[in-house]
Design a protein around this ligand. Structure first.
Ligand SMILES: Cc1cc2nc3c(=O)[nH]c(=O)nc-3n(C[C@H](O)[C@H](O)[C@H](O)COP(=O)(O)O)c2cc1C
Ligand code: SF4
Length: 386
């Protein structure tokens, strides 16, 4: 066992006990209204037993109107007790690891069963968001951040990735003429003002705030494109977002890429496209270089480690030893084997993700989703897919 994987890391005034991060992974198994169900709690209990250094609770919506999953989680006052329970369940099993809530508004990624919104230009079947509505969404993010603190979470992940509303705003092709579009200042307003307002209202100075970004979305004018009408990559502006995060006093950047619904192979490479995971390593190293050169006070989390399957530990070791990252994030692997870090520590056999996309298929079909290879419940669930 390589000890660098299990070296603690200081973030703000907190210690992350090892370098394994459980990334946000939607299970689509909340109760009606978005409260964590018994199934949700059981998933997080099991993950807590896995000794992940930090865990990001899956995308939690800050609104109950625009949501991507029929059974997705929603953080509002009404549901607060349910989220307190989730934290209790987790912390009872894992007192050291950090647990963060990923806050999101699904925007264009909202399901056809909910209020699908757009913000760049009017689009058939989508409702164009007004200036005031985006202001209210920002208020919702701030309110949800405060509820996350009240629930007992160690921090939040401001979701600005994967084509959700936060990413839609950031894009160079967001040419809105109001205060939410056009200039870099306007396109980053949600993150800037949202973070500032939240920080001013938080009770604890130790509460962690970070953000997950798609460094290259792979669409014309998307995040990481060279301009509003460019398809080619130039992540220079995304690095400016990282600099801004530092100025805002945020604590970490979670480096991701792609839009699952449009350019999914970039976000979560499958067996035939597994080499796309190398782009994640490149973006992560570029961000970490920036952090080191400019002495930014941000920790860096990399993504898509499941894509390396049983080779992921060697990749992790190399990325950490060469200081190309601080932390390594696993998505599908947390479904395949929630106990992964603990098993590695104990020298036990790990069930490695096979990149079969079964969990993704379940999620897209709006079923409860999880690993169809190693978990009997989801093995059954996939049989009901047409
Ligand atoms: C079923 C499923 C659900 C996901 N849910 C989320 C989510 O809630 N939040 C998020 O940021 N990413 C989500 N992702 C993306 C993963 O966190 C991760 O970035 C991606 O799977 C690539 O990492 P991996 O190779 O380690 O799986 C999801 C991916 C899958 C397959
Ligand atoms: S269903 Fe397939 S892709 Fe998803 S976690 Fe299991 S093995 Fe990995």
């Amino acid at each position: 066992m390589n000890t660098i994987l299990f070296q603690p890391l200081k973030i703000k005034n907190r210690i992350i006990p090892n370098r394994f991060v459980a990334q946000g992974m939607e299970g689509n198994d909340g109760e009606a209204g978005g409260i964590p169900s018994e199934r949700t709690l059981n998933r997080y209990r099991e993950l807590a037993r896995g000794n992940w250094g930090a865990l990001v609770v899956e995308a939690i919506s800050v609104t109950d109107t625009s949501i991507a999953r029929v059974n997705g989680l929603i953080l509002n006052k009404k549901n607060l007790e349910g989220f307190k329970r989730l934290i209790d369940v987790y912390k009872k099993e894992n007192k050291e690891g950090l647990i963060l809530f990923q806050l999101t508004h699904s925007g264009e990624q909202s399901g056809s069963f909910s209020d699908r919104t757009c913000l760049c230009k009017p689009k058939d079947g989508y409702r164009y968001l007004s200036t005031d509505e985006i202001e209210r969404i920002k208020d919702n993010f701030v309110a949800a951040g405060l509820l996350a603190e009240e629930a007992g979470a160690d921090g939040i992940d401001f979701k600005l990735c994967h084509g959700y509303l936060g990413a839609e705003l950031l894009r160079p092709c967001n040419i809105r003429s109001d205060k939410w579009g056009g200039s870099f200042e306007n396109r980053t307003r949600l993150m800037r003002e949202g973070t500032g307002e939240l920080k001013a209202l938080l009770k604890s100075k130790d509460f962690i705030i970070g953000s997950r970004l798609s460094f290259f979305e792979g669409i014309r004018g998307g995040c990481g494109a060279a301009g509003p009408d460019e398809i080619l990559e130039d992540i220079g502006e995304m690095l400016d977002v990282v600099r801004l995060m530092n100025t805002l006093g945020m604590d970490y950047v979670n480096v991701s890429a792609g839009i699952p619904a449009l350019t999914g192979a970039i976000t979560r490479p499958t067996e035939p496209s597994k080499y796309l995971a190398l782009h994640h390593l490149r973006y992560t190293r570029t961000v970490k270089d920036l952090v080191q050169k400019e002495k930014l006070n941000l920790k860096v989390i990399g993504s898509a480690y499941s894509s390396h399957r049983e080779g992921s530990l060697a990749v992790m070791e190399e990325m950490l030893t060469k200081e190309y990252t601080d932390l390594c994030g696993f998505g599908r692997q947390i479904f395949a084997d929630p106990l992964t870090p603990k098993k590695i520590q104990n020298g036990e056999k790990v069930n490695w993700c096979l990149l079969c996309s079964g969990c993704t298929r379940l999620m897209i079909a709006q079923h409860n989703d999880g690993c169809i290879v190693y978990n009997d419940y989801y093995k059954e669930e996939i049989k009901h897919l047409k």
